[in-house]
Design a protein around this ligand. Structure first.
Ligand code: NAD
Ligand code: UDP
Length: 338
């Protein structure tokens, strides 16, 4: 059993990870400033897991408050989710992203050092690979920063690797997520994007509820089997379980790793649309549109390292991802035919 603090603990991926950790017998403490999450998430987690996780409302940049929280709730490790994550916003306001993500991570690491917490799991992203030479992408592929968000992820990874290399951290996992989608099958927690969603799955679920008239397909002339962009979508509960396995591995062996978390399966925009229509019985009106600037044609993981190092294997397929994403969105929209 590990006691673990989740920064950004009420956010999309962290809330699912809290469930997975709790199911594996770990003790969870949540820390969030609610800048991008709903206030009722802790109560939803309590109903879902039967456990009331301690919650600290704080900003990760506030070292005294985070240090006090780590003293009130001593933990063995931190899983660091808290960050800003919108590529467009990062290009519009670079300093905001440097401050929240990079300075925020430095402040968190300072609070951890002051409190003697020396193990961390970090939410990185496949965005660090930028335009890859080829897919599947292995962890030793060159990193190519394409935007400010991606730069902050790479810097945060480097900070953590440096502290591990110099013995300041005993154990660290940089987890490079591909495209997390879906929700807990209970439909009690899920993703709540603010404003117009940037990502394909949340946008599509809002088309399915009738909140948006159609889905724009950004480019149908890529060098891919059907011309639309190919990505590696993975179910958020598979991703959540990977955090538990990574945490257990680095704590047991006191090692540092950098691994991809994806299924290894490339799925095109049209593949995902068709899977969604199949899983939900809803038709998604499409509008072919120009390519989105900065998009890569194809990007999917080689997930063998996560399987080899900590035994992670995905359990859920694209139909599960679509069904669970839809259950969550339909529940929020008050639609009862699922
Ligand atoms: P999210 O916005 O749902 O969760 C982030 C949480 O952090 C939110 O609850 C927010 O309120 C909180 N937060 C933000 N800044 C904070 C601060 N300064 N102090 C305290 N709390 C703060 O996002 P998510 O999709 O769950 O992403 C979690 C992590 O995974 C992020 O680091 C993100 O960059 C990374 N990631 C996400 C994806 C994705 O597609 N969702 C892909 C790759 C990597
Ligand atoms: N996409 C799309 N319409 C949308 C949103 C996304 O066609 O409204 C495409 C996008 O061009 C890409 C894929 O869907 O090929 C996944 O995009 P998303 O933003 O979800 O993930 P990312 O590009 O960050 O991997």
């Amino acid at each position: 059993m590990t006691r673990v603090l989740l920064t950004g603990g009420t956010g999309y991926i962290a809330s699912h990870t809290a469930v997975a950790l709790s199911e594996r017998g770990h003790e969870v403490v949540l820390l969030d400033n609610f800048s991008n999450s709903e206030r009722d998430v802790p109560e939803r987690l309590r109903r879902l897991t039967g456990k009331a996780f301690p919650l600290i409302e704080a900003d990760i940049r506030d070292v005294p408050t985070v240090t006090a929280a780590l003293s009130a709730h001593p933990v063995d490790a931190v899983i660091h989710f808290a960050a800003l994550k919108a590529v467009g916003e990062s290009e519009a306001d670079p300093l905001l992203y440097y401050d929240m993500n990079i300075i925020g991570t430095i402040r968190l690491l300072q609070a951890m050092q002051e409190s003697g917490v020396r193990r961390i799991v970090f939410s990185s992203s496949a965005t660090v690979y930028g335009q890859p030479d080829a897919s599947p992408i292995q962890e030793d592929a060159p990193t190519r920063v394409q935007n400010i968000y991606g730069r902050t992820k790479l810097v945060m990874e480097d900070l953590i690797r440096d502290l591990a290399r110099t013995g300041k951290l005993l154990a660290a996992a940089n987890l490079r997520y591909f495209n997390p989608v879906g929700a807990h099958p209970s439909a009690m927690i899920g993703e709540t994007p603010r404003g117009v969603p940037n990502n394909l799955m949340p946008y599509m679920t809002q088309v399915a509820t009738g909140e948006r008239p159609h889905l724009s397909v950004f480019g149908d002339d890529y060098d891919t089997p059907d011309g639309t962009g190919v990505r590696d979508y993975l179910h958020v509960m598979d991703l959540a379980e990977a955090h538990a396995l990574a945490l257990e591995h680095i704590c047991a062996h006191e090692v540092s790793v950098t691994v991809n978390l994806g299924t290894g399966i490339g799925i095109s925009v049209l593949d995902l649309v068709h899977a969604f229509e199949r899983a939900t019985g809803r038709k998604i009106p499409l509008k072919m549109s120009p390519r989105r600037p900065g998009d890569v044609a194809s990007n999917y993981a080689n997930p063998e390292a996560a399987a080899r190092i900590f035994g992670w294997k995905v359990q859920r397929d694209v139909d599960d991802m679509c069904r669970d994403a839809w259950r969550w969105q339909a529940a929020r929209a008050g639609i009862n035919d699922v």
